[in-house]
Design a protein around this ligand. Structure first.
Ligand code: ZN
Length: 419
């Protein structure tokens, strides 16, 4: 404790002061939605805080961390260390520290504006960042958080601010939490033949950047941009900001949770309510020959510098569907321009990628829908100077522009004729 804060504490004691936090004494808390941190050490004199991610591997990779730090003297420089030397997967195998240690941490003093720290210093399974903070409280996280309350607030805001957006609850989770979602379209679709697009994020709870990409997409979609207006007139767009609400709420990673995670849960008897409901809606859209695109938003491994698409293994993609897929990717490529263009290479989710590959959502689309429906995964890199709320939302807008460009031609050659 500094001399000043000691004096404050002494004065407070004399005056029976009810202050809950001694000014100047650093204190970590994470018992709030999405929070995850176990304190390793707080060195009050060195103004250094050390934590471990605290997720339970049963609920997914314990790479996510997010905590609040009180007791900062405004203007001082704080040193933050994350120790990732004991990360385990649910099967007991070690999880690489790379997943938990971004080059730049996310920080905020109001939980609205999230910024990146300067690059940290990595030493094997730990990393250290420093940040000068002009507030008494700050929040630090693996990446910019996007919580169930943010999904609720976003869908409500879009609904309120646009006559073309309608918020709805996709379902309730196993733990009883609401899964907020939204549809966007403009003008009459009286005969119900309009093309349908489905965009969803966060089947893996720790991949918070995916929700920010989705937010950028949805906010662009209700905007006055003539190309957003054009897309709204041609298509009905469904958007789910967070599929795995429960693990996002509890600060767990979600990926590879027991018995299977949301993106390995697309099969008939899935236990996840968000998937059950999404599948029902997608099947209904497909039966009415409306579903033309399904995009699943994720964050990839630590070493990806650019956004990229995961496509289904060739054995799952019919010739006809492949042509649509290529055309969609080409349309996106012309929108994902510098400074953060799409990776040239595509990656493939086949049997080598994961033994449960056929239960991946985009692969379910490829196996169960009409040949003109593109089912694809967009992975947005999280370990770059662009991997912040601004960069993620930019990628979301570009996805919207890519979809608009792609859907200027209706891919349903064999489907119902359009007006
Ligand atoms: Zn993922």
């Amino acid at each position: 404790m500094s001399l000043v804060s000691k004096t404050v504490a002494a004065l407070c004691a004399l005056a029976a002061c009810t202050m809950t936090v001694d000014a100047g004494e650093l204190r970590v808390t994470s018992d709030f939605p999405g929070g995850s941190a176990q304190v390793v050490q707080i060195d009050q004199a060195a103004r250094r805080v050390s934590i471990r991610p605290a997720g339970d591997p049963q609920f997914g990779w314990p790479c996510w961390w997010y905590f609040r730090l009180d007791g900062i003297e405004p203007g001082e420089t704080i040193t933050l260390e994350v120790v990732a030397d004991q990360l385990k997967r649910a099967n007991g195998q070690a999880l690489s520290a790379n997943w938990a240690l971004p080059r730049r941490a996310a920080m905020s003093i109001d939980q609205k504006l999230w910024l990146q720290t300067q690059p940290g210093v990595r030493d094997k399974n730990r990393a250290v960042w420093t940040a000068k903070i002009d507030a008494t409280t700050a929040w630090f996280a693996w990446g910019p958080p996007f919580l169930p309350s943010d999904a609720e607030a976003l869908t409500k805001k879009l609904d309120k601010s646009s006559p073309h957006a309608t918020a709805f609850t996709l379902c309730r989770t196993r733990a009883g939490r609401a899964v907020p979602a939204i549809t966007v379209t403009e003008g009459g679709d009286d005969d119900g033949t309009r093309m349908a697009v489905w965009v969803q994020a966060r089947q893996h709870a720790w991949e918070s950047g995916a929700s920010w990409v989705g937010r950028g997409f949805a906010e662009w979609l209700i905007s006055d941009d003539p190309r957003a207006v054009a897309l709204r007139h041609r298509a009905v767009v469904y958007f789910v900001p967070i599929m795995d609400i429960d693990n996002t709420a509890t600060g767990n990673g979600g990926k590879e949770q027991v018995p299977y995670d949301h993106n390995r849960g697309w099969f008939a008897d899935t236990q996840w309510n968000a998937i059950k409901t999404a599948k029902q809606k997608l099947e209904a859209l497909d039966q009415r020959q409306r579903l033309v695109a399904f995009i699943d938003l994720h964050n990839p491994g630590a070493n990806s510098p650019k956004p990229f698409f995961f496509v289904a293994a060739p054995s799952l993609v019919s010739k006809q569907r492949y042509i649509h897929q290529e055309r969609f990717i080409k349309a996106c490529r012309s929108e994902f321009v510098d400074p953060w263009p799409l990776e040239k290479e595509l990656k493939t989710t086949g049997p080598q990628y994961d033994p449960l590959w056929k239960r991946i959502s985009a692969n379910w689309i490829n196996q169960n829908t009409q040949n003109y429906a593109v089912g694809i995964t967009l992975e947005t890199a999280w370990n770059t100077p662009h991997s912040n709320t601004t960069g993620y939302q930019m990628i979301g807008r570009r996805l919207g522009l890519g979809l608009e460009r792609y859907l200027r031609t209706d891919p349903r050659e064999n489907g119902p004729k359009q007006q």
